[in-house]
Design a protein around this ligand. Structure first.
Ligand SMILES: CNC(=O)CN1CCC(Nc2nccc(-c3cnc4ccccn34)n2)CC1
Length: 371
């Protein structure tokens, strides 16, 4: 039984699926595939602005997807920050719960994915500004009780003017990672912190590790730790950064601890070896003396911040607030950007956890209708 669109909706064929949207959204055109479904750009004829519309097909079809869809909708409605993608509209073409099948999220349209920016030489101005904005967005999520844990270039978007927005809200606290996804979509783990890879307790600065991986990738032009699985991921980290000292392993569960402690110990390389000056020389235009000195100072500051973020032991890793005050970043510091009003703290209410598919369908449908 497909959706029966009510009067002011129309349907366009996009790839092998239908997009059934209100007539206000014109020029529907595919721009990518997310974990939950296809994303199109459109012109919102009412506001005369371009938007991104993400279709979630049957979000209640299994509990993992239902929880993710519900959490994403709740959080997008709750969070309001310039560095987190904003929700402009949410709708379903269905008129009743019985007919309800698909849900659509309408967001501000951004120019590009951060993945598209990796590899182009970024000057210090742009690089530090991008990292500052990621830190502001993450700090805001933390203020709402949300620890992301899965930050990566593919869920960050940027505009030509270097403004940046985080697209999603990461891993749910409760859900164990689904061993397989129904879609052919591959989960990228390259940016996950050591404490997540090793199943250890984590706190807010788990997200700092991911920011360090993203900053390093923007500088090096390639993924820093491209592990084929959790163990390979760990090996690639310690081979470059060096094995952490024994105190780090104290929090490990015994059998993992035993295994990890018996792996080869690696010295690792200095931050200067990992990120040599040559990687930073991007804009040739500045050639006179003091600019060279200033450029070198920026490079040294960037490496200092990078080293503090890519610290394996979270006990010694820099915090979000310390990073925002680091000399490489604090040039951008605007109190109202760092301290945007805190939305009420989010927690997937206890009783939302054990629902049946039918109950999730109702919960999600009602969340859409009272948006
Ligand atoms: C490397 N590819 C590109 O840069 C193509 N870009 C990607 C960003 C897109 N803009 C945009 N703006 C807001 C939200 C989303 C978006 C939100 N989720 C997804 C999933 C896949 C692709 C895009 N999205 N995308 C415009 C085309």
């Amino acid at each position: 039984m497909s959706d029966l669109p009510h009067k002011d909706f129309y349907t366009v064929e996009v790839g092998d699926t239908n997009f059934t949207v209100p007539i206000r959204y014109q020029n529907i055109s595919p721009i990518g595939m997310g974990a939950q479904g296809i994303v199109c750009s459109a012109l919102d004829a009412t506001t005369k602005t371009n938007v991104a519309i993400k279709k979630l097909s049957k979000p209640f079809q299994n509990v993992v997807q239902a929880k993710r869809a519900y959490r994403e909708l709740k959080l997008m409605k709750l969070v309001n920050h310039k560095n987190i993608i904003g929700l402009l509209d949410v709708f379903t073409p269905s008129d009743s719960l019985e007919e309800f099948q698909d849900m659509y999220l309408v967001m501000e349209l951004m120019d590009a994915n951060l993945s598209a920016v990796v590899g182009i030489g970024l000057d210090h101005n742009r690089l530090s500004y991008l990292i500052y904005q990621i830190l502001c967005g993450i700090r805001h999520l933390h203020s709402a009780g949300i620890i992301h844990r899965d930050l990566k270039p593919s869920n960050i978007c940027v505009n030509a003017n270097c403004s940046l927005k985080i697209l999603d809200f990461g891993l749910a606290r409760t859900a164990a990672e689904p061993t397989f996804l129904m879609t052919p979509y591959v989960v990228t783990r390259y940016y996950r912190a050591p404490e997540i890879i090793l199943g250890m307790p984590y706190k807010e600065n788990v997200d700092i590790w991911s920011v360090g991986c993203i900053m390093g990738e923007l500088i090096r032009g390639g993924v820093l730790f491209k592990g084929s699985d959790h163990l390979d991921q760990w090996m690639k980290i310690i081979q470059q950064i060096g094995s952490p000292d024994k105190s780090f392993f104290a929090d490990l569960v015994p059998n993992v601890r035993q295994y990890i402690e018996n792996l080869n110990q690696y010295e690792g390389y200095s931050i200067e070896r990992l990120f040599p000056d040559a990687l930073f020389h991007v804009d040739e235009e500045n050639d006179d003396e003091e600019d060279e000195d200033e450029y070198q100072r920026n490079t040294d500051n960037a490496r200092d911040l990078l080293a503090r973020m890519l610290t394996i032991d979270p006990k010694h890793r820099i915090s979000i607030d310390e990073a925002l005050n680091h000399r490489y970043i604090n040039v951008w510091y605007e109190q109202e950007e760092v301290d945007a009003p805190i939305p009420q703290v989010f927690s997937l209410d206890v009783d939302e956890r054990g629902h049946s598919i039918a109950e999730w369908k109702k919960i999600i449908y009602e969340e859409i209708k009272n948006a």
